[in-house]
Write a protein that binds this ligand. Sequence first.
Ligand SMILES: Nc1ccn([C@@H]2O[C@H](COP(=O)(O)OP(=O)(O)OP(=O)(O)O)[C@@H](O)[C@H]2O)c(=O)n1
Ligand SMILES: C[C@](O)(CO)[C@H](O)COP(=O)(O)O
Length: 234
Amino acid sequence: MGRLAVVVVAAGKGSRMRTQESKQYLELQGKPILVHTLSLFQRIDEVDTIVLVTGVDDVVRCSGYVEQFGLSKVHHIVPGGAERQHSVHIGLQQLGPDVEWVMVHDGVRPLVSAEHVLSCWRMAQAAEAAVLAVPVKDTIKVVNNAGTIQSTPDRRSLWAIQTPQAFRLSMLKQAYEQADRDGFTGTDDAMLVERIGTPVQVVESDYCNIKITTPEDLRWAEWIMDNVRGENKG
Ligand SMILES: Nc1ccn([C@@H]2O[C@H](COP(=O)(O)OP(=O)(O)OP(=O)(O)O)[C@@H](O)[C@H]2O)c(=O)n1
Ligand SMILES: C[C@](O)(CO)[C@H](O)COP(=O)(O)O
């Protein structure tokens, strides 16, 4: 079986969190959010290596966390780019031909369950590309700039996409290179893979795998860690 790498992207500024400190370094249960995320992948036996993509000014403190928290699978810590897509691309470039599979994960999703991570990877091994997702619970409307509803897509076909997103590495690299050549920017990795014609499978996750984005998410994340995901305490 080919080696599995995880690229954890954590080079964002967290502007929607509106804190001076980037949100990935805010503490959850006494440890930085990013440390919880890295610790989760550190504990999964199937993961061989982790690439951490961080802010240019945060490489040194992240090296400190790797030492302090025994994150021995973090083999690369590299500065990211202006958009998430650039950061992922930089992360992928650290991986050599010995790596067959890669999962891309947001540093600010510390509450994914190990079981769902493995389900996603298993699906990728069968289908080349897989992402975690949940069915949307609200009715979704397409609204124009004037605030007028244009249409109501059938909710049964709508899924909220999460990470990790798992792929054969060679195919994902090809998708990133094509996006680069075309000047295309997407908001997740699957979008880049879809546009080179590779089908991406959805694996049902749960609603606890939140992306910590705005201030209320922090309280919600504390609650989930206390009441649902004790095992995610890094
Ligand atoms: N240039 C960027 C932008 C985002 N990310 C990472 O991508 C993940 C998802 O992005 P998001 O939640 O949007 O984070 P931010 O870009 O930091 O947030 P905001 O959009 O509020 O500024 C985060 O772990 C973030 O650190 C990254 O590595 N490089
Ligand atoms: C990749 C992602 O987490 C899927 O939900 C999300 O698209 C990234 O969020 P961003 O706010 O667009 O960076």
